[in-house]
Design a protein around this ligand. Structure first.
Ligand SMILES: [Zn+2]
Length: 256
C-alpha cells in the first residue's frame, strides 16, 4: 500500500514526463472516476497545462495553469502509466488523460479504489519528512491525542504521509510500544520518534526506487514479520489489531 515514500516515487516518475504538457481530454474508464470527475469538471480540465506535480501526504497534486488541481490518491494499489497515444491501454486502466505531444497519462488500479478529484487535498498536518519539523512540534501534535501512538501517527491531520507500514517501522526503531497513548509520550520519546520516522522513510525511499535503481530492497524491521525473530533482541515479532489494521511490533524491545 503506497505511503509517503511510494507516493513520492510515483511523483518523481511522472513529473518530468507530464510537466508542461497540455491536457487535451480526460476520459473516465470506470464508474468511480466517471462519478468523481463530472462532465463539467472534465470540460474545465481540457486545455489546461500541467505546471507541476507535487506530493502532499499520500496525495498527488497535479497543479494546472488556471490555479486549479487534479488530486489523486492511490489507496491500495493505484499507479500511473505514461505512454504514447497509440499504445494499447494497460490492464485495469481507470482514467485516461490525453496530453499533447502524443502522450497519455493513465491511472491503473486493479481494485478501482484510487481516487482522483478536481478539488483540493484535505487539510493535513506537517509532512513526516519535512526537515523543518522539530521534535517539539511533533511532541505538541501528539500530546493532544488519547489514541494509541500507532493510530495517532496514522492520523493525517496530526502528521501527513505515514500509514500502517511506516508507523510500525518508526515505532520499532524508536523502541516505543504501539499501544502507548500518544499523550503520554515524553519530549525525549518524540525526539527519538522523529529520528526513527526519518530513518524508516529513508529505507522506504530505497525500497520504492528499487525498480529504477536495481538496488536491493531494504527489508522491513517488523512489518509483516509476525513470528520471526526481532533483528534487535531476538524476540518473536507479534501482531495485534488497532483501528481495524494489523500492527506488527516486538514485545521484547518496544517497552510500554
Ligand atoms: Zn525486539
Amino acid at each position: 500500500m503506497p505511503e509517503l515514500p511510494e507516493v513520492a516515487d510515483a511523483v518523481r516518475r511522472i513529473r518530468p514526463r507530464i510537466r508542461g504538457r497540455r491536457i487535451l481530454a480526460v476520459a473516465p474508464l470506470h464508474a468511480n472516476t466517471r462519478r468523481a470527475l463530472s462532465p463539467a469538471v472534465r470540460r474545465r480540465l481540457a486545455g489546461r497545462v500541467i505546471t507541476d506535480v507535487v506530493r502532499r501526504g499520500k496525495y498527488q497534486r497535479l497543479i494546472l495553469d488556471d490555479g486549479t488541481e487534479l488530486v489523486a490518491h492511490f489507496r491500495l494499489d493505484g499507479d500511473w502509466v505514461v505512454q504514447g497515444r497509440a499504445a494499447p491501454l494497460p490492464p485495469h486502466a481507470r482514467l485516461l488523460v490525453r496530453l499533447d505531444r502524443d502522450r497519455s497519462l493513465i491511472l491503473t488500479d486493479p481494485r478501482a479504489l484510487a481516487t482522483i478529484t478536481g478539488g483540493l487535498p484535505p487539510a493535513m498536518g506537517p509532512e513526516a519528512d519535512d526537515p523543518a519539523l522539530s521534535a517539539a512540534a511533533l511532541h505538541a501534535r501528539l500530546a493532544g491525542s488519547r489514541s494509541p501512538i500507532k493510530l495517532a501517527l496514522m492520523d493525517q491531520r496530526r502528521i501527513a504521509g505515514l500509514g500502517n507500514i511506516y508507523a510500525a517501522e518508526a515505532l520499532w526503531r524508536a523502541r516505543i510500544d504501539p499501544r502507548t497513548p500518544a499523550m503520554r509520550l515524553t519530549r525525549r520519546d518524540a525526539t527519538r520518534l522523529l529520528r526513527a520516522i526519518r530513518a524508516a522513510l529513508r529505507d522506504g525511499e530505497r525500497r520504492a526506487g528499487r525498480y529504477r535503481t536495481g538496488t536491493r530492497t531494504a527489508p522491513f524491521k517488523v512489518y509483516d514479520r509476525a513470528g520471526r525473530a526481532c533483528t534487535r533482541c531476538g524476540t518473536a515479532i507479534a501482531a495485534l489489531r488497532q483501528g481495524g489494521r494489523t500492527t506488527y511490533w516486538c514485545p521484547g524491545c518496544q517497552a510500554a
